[in-house]
Design a protein around this ligand. Structure first.
Ligand SMILES: Cc1cc2nc3c(=O)[nH]c(=O)nc-3n(C[C@H](O)[C@H](O)[C@H](O)COP(=O)(O)OP(=O)(O)OC[C@H]3O[C@@H](n4cnc5c(N)ncnc54)[C@H](O)[C@@H]3O)c2cc1C
Length: 374
């Protein structure tokens, strides 16, 4: 159905999954949206990610971010269906759970603590014995003393971006791709325009959703945002279909199966500024760690190697909400390790905020005003 125009015009800065989801949600409410990105096709964190949708493996205690992550995960099946209907693109949402195997006594203590946390929250989970693992995940190392299965899932984040982007275009979003924001105009506590080399983009409302670059862009808007990039390197192995049936995580290593013969292996976590070089050392380490979990991976060929920058704010939480002192600027950034997970809910929250509706979530912990200079 074609949305009725609400008369709101919006400029969304940054066309990763966060900006694309926001532009799509705004256009779905009838806003006239311009989506602006320095690249012709955004290929930053949203392209680089592992695609895990993993609040239960990421967190060990209740927190507002855990709740937000769970709420966002619950939106995924409907988003998958909508995107498939609208674009014909399948985002490869895999609802097959995540295995956290225990290889050592310390791992056993860790998964017991995680199990107790999930039980305390009434969240379904399962402990698998070595015999069950041999049946259900036969390629997993026989060194596994057992595993916890959590209700964490995965999506192909590159397909997700592509489907969101196509649906934005279908909903009438104006694309300003390949246009870098170089200057920002403000007047009387409002943003009045964004300047690229080619033009000035004026709108009623603006959203800053530029991932790891949001800190630098914040200074163009005249405020400080304590943002830093956290580099992650990954590789992709060519594997027989179904060698690994669901996401497997152990320590910093994760294995994420994709459609066909692809298996994503992640990831490093490095403070390296904005450089994205892939190193032999990291690749060997990732491949070795993957083979320690699934020995058959030792001999599998590498299909692709890459790196990306996680957008991290000083306290590790995202910033979602209005920027103090700039009445028509909303921040949606700092999604750090969980931006793919948080994509559906971020789009919805920002669209509601801009339309003056109840955001449907407690945003106090994510208020941009928590940073003194914001
Ligand atoms: C290695 C790695 C693994 C990850 N794994 C997971 C995972 O398994 N699960 C999960 O939930 N999350 C994961 N994440 C985190 C997730 O990818 C990010 O939180 C999320 O993609 C951030 O999306 P974004 O749209 O804010 O930023 P990005 O995707 O980085 O997009 C920012 C956009 O802003 C644009 N931009 C920058 N400066 C300008 C400018 N001056 N003018 C115009 N445009 C500009 C860029 O070109 C870019 O397209 C991972 C991240 C990395 C790097």
């Amino acid at each position: 159905m074609t949305p009725v125009r609400t008369g709101v015009t919006a400029g969304v800065l940054g066309a990763g999954v966060i900006g694309a989801a926001i532009a799509r949600a705004l256009a779905g409410r009838g806003a006239l949206v311009t989506l602006i990105d320095a690249q012709d096709r955004s290929r930053e964190a949203s392209w680089a990610a592992g695609g895990m949708l993993a609040p239960h493996s990421e967190f060990d205690a209740p927190s507002p971010l855990f709740d937000l992550g769970r709420a966002s995960l619950a939106l995924y099946p409907a988003l998958r269906d909508e995107l498939l209907d609208a674009t014909g693109q399948d985002i490869d949402l895999r609802l097959s759970g995540t295995l956290l195997p225990a290889l050592t006594a310390a791992d056993e203590r860790e998964i017991e603590a995680k199990r107790a946390f999930l039980a305390s929250q009434g969240i379904a989970h399962q402990l698998l014995s070595p015999a069950q693992l041999a049946r259900e995940e036969p390629a997993l190392t026989t060194a596994a003393r057992g595993a916890l299965e959590t209700p964490d899932h995965a999506v192909d984040n590159r397909r997700l971006w592509s489907a969101l982007f196509e649906d934005c275009a279908r909903r009438g979003v104006v694309m300003a791709m390949g246009e870098r924001i170089e200057r920002v105009e403000t007047h009387a506590g409002r943003v009045t325009g964004l300047h690229t080399a080619a033009r000035m983009i004026a709108a009623d409302e603006f959203v800053l959703a530029a991932g790891a670059w949001s800190g630098g862009l914040a200074s163009l808007f005249g405020f400080d945002l304590p943002a830093e990039p956290i580099k992650g390197q990954l590789l992709k192995l060519d594997v027989p279909p179904d060698l690994v049936r669901r996401v497997i995580r152990h320590g910093h290593t994760y294995l994420v199966p994709r459609t066909g013969t692809e298996l994503v292996v992640g990831a490093t976590s490095e403070e390296a500024g904005f450089e994205k070089a892939v190193t032999e050392e990291a690749m060997c380490h990732l491949h070795r760690s993957a083979a320690a979990l699934v020995p058959a991976l030792a001999k599998r060929p590498v299909m692709e190697r890459w790196a990306g920058l996680r957008p991290r704010l000083a306290d590790g939480l995202p910033a979602l909400g209005r920027v103090p002192g700039l009445a028509n600027l909303t921040l949606a950034t700092g999604h750090y390790r969980n931006g793919i997970l948080l994509t559906p809910i971020t789009g919805e929250i920002v669209a509601r905020l801009i339309h003056g509706e109840d955001p449907g979530a407690d945003l106090a912990p994510f208020d941009p005003a928590r940073f003194p200079a914001a």
